[in-house]
Design a protein around this ligand. Structure first.
Ligand code: SAH
Ligand code: AVI
Length: 338
């Protein structure tokens, strides 16, 4: 049960889907075609590899979103208003968050939420050290399964001692793209309910980073870089299965593959078996044919119209979107009606 003073983001996955890593691996590798949920990329090494991806020349999303935040954080903060409680989903290293916190007027607290517990703790400590007076409450959770957050302690609130004026969910990085449209709609609808909870002085909003549709060659380069960092990030999932689930994947029998699918407007990321082989993990065995794929990730790309339509369907009636001159990436502030 959630504590009485908590705000709760409900689970977007049905209870029946609350599976452990072992259960997801057995189910996914026994399916036809084989697949694994991308949230399992993020063990400590996976989070470190993702941070290296964000610095690659080919991976335009991070530097473009950072530039958008540098340019527009003052306008975003003015629209959000004073005394906001910032809840960040998939906070990772919390780098972009600093640009937002630097501009917000008297934020009531910062709640980074991430599945990668060790990485989260270190990013949260670093924010707490650099923003004295800001209450930082990390929550190590799978945000698709719902989680509760404590309300900030009265002593750290702005001097008027009022409860948070509004809750803002920050969801940067285009992590929304890793969900199918149906799941993205469920998640955004849950966020709309979360930020519009009763008792707030004014409804809050969602600050969302999303990646835009662009030519295939640029997309494929971003997900199949020359140094092989994205390949290492993808194949690390097999290393994690070997370590945590007593697996015997031979890494030299698998390769990374990144494909642009224009119909659903998404990158599809696979691990391909390069030979016929039998692999064991989590107490089961799995037969792979040469050329057989495991789907490990979708990364959906939006248009300005498609993201506005998704947000509207989720209940956000007002939207302000900022993009870079080349329209590579977008940052949108989606708000409920006053
Ligand atoms: N926000 C950062 C990191 C994006 S990478 C940025 O913009 O650069 C995606 C992040 O989401 C990772 O830190 C990963 O651990 C986290 N994540 C992925 N799926 C998650 C889930 N289901 N629940 C919680 N965190 C998740
Ligand atoms: C976290 N997520 C938004 C990244 C993306 O671009 O879809 C994960 C990633 N996968 C491969 N490279 C980066």
């Amino acid at each position: 049960m959630m504590p009485s003073m908590a705000r709760e983001l409900p689970a977007i996955a049905p209870q029946s889907e609350e599976r452990s890593f072992a259960e997801d691996v057995v189910l996914g590798l026994s399916s036809e075609p084989k697949k694994l949920p991308c949230k399992y990329f993020y063990d400590a090494r996976g989070s470190a590899l993702f941070d290296r991806i964000t610095e690659l020349d080919e991976y335009y999303p991070t530097r473009t979103e950072l530039a958008l935040m540098r340019a527009h954080a003052p306008a975003i903060a003015a629209k959000i208003g004073a005394g906001a409680l910032v809840v960040e989903l998939g906070s990772g290293s919390s780098v972009k968050t600093r640009l937002l916190l630097d501009e917000l007027e008297l934020p009531t607290g910062y709640v980074p939420v991430d599945i990668s517990a060790e990485h989260l703790r270190s990013a949260a400590s670093s924010i707490a050290a650099d923003y004295p007076g800001l209450e930082v409450t990390p929550v190590a959770a799978d945000f698709t399964r719902g989680f509760a957050i404590p309300k900030p302690r009265p002593s750290t609130r702005p001097s008027n001692k009022q409860p948070p004026a509004r809750c803002v969910v920050y969801f940067p990085g285009s992590t929304i793209g890793n969900f199918t449209r149906a799941r993205a709609l469920e998640l955004l609808s849950a966020i709309a309910a979360f930020v519009g909870a009763d008792g707030d002085e004014r409804p809050g909003g969602l600050l969302l980073g999303f990646d835009l549709v662009k030519p295939a060659d640029m997309l494929v380069r971003a997900y199949d870089d020359a140094q092989g960092v994205t390949s290492a990030f993808n194949l690390n999932l097999l290393t994690r299965i070997n370590r945590e689930l007593d697996g015997d994947f031979e890494l030299d029998g698998f390769e990374h593959r990144a494909v642009w699918e224009p119909g659903p407007a998404r990158m599809e990321i696979f691990i391909r078996s390069t030979r016929d082989q039998l692999v064991h993990a989590a107490g089961h065995s799995y037969r792979f044919a040469a050329g057989e794929d495991i789907l490990t990730e979708y990364s959906h790309k939006y248009t300005l119209d498609s993201i506005r339509a998704l947000a509207r369907e989720a209940g956000f009636e007002r939207s302000t979107i900022w993009t870079d001159p080349d329209e590579l990436f977008g940052v949108g502030l989606f708000q409920l009606a006053d």
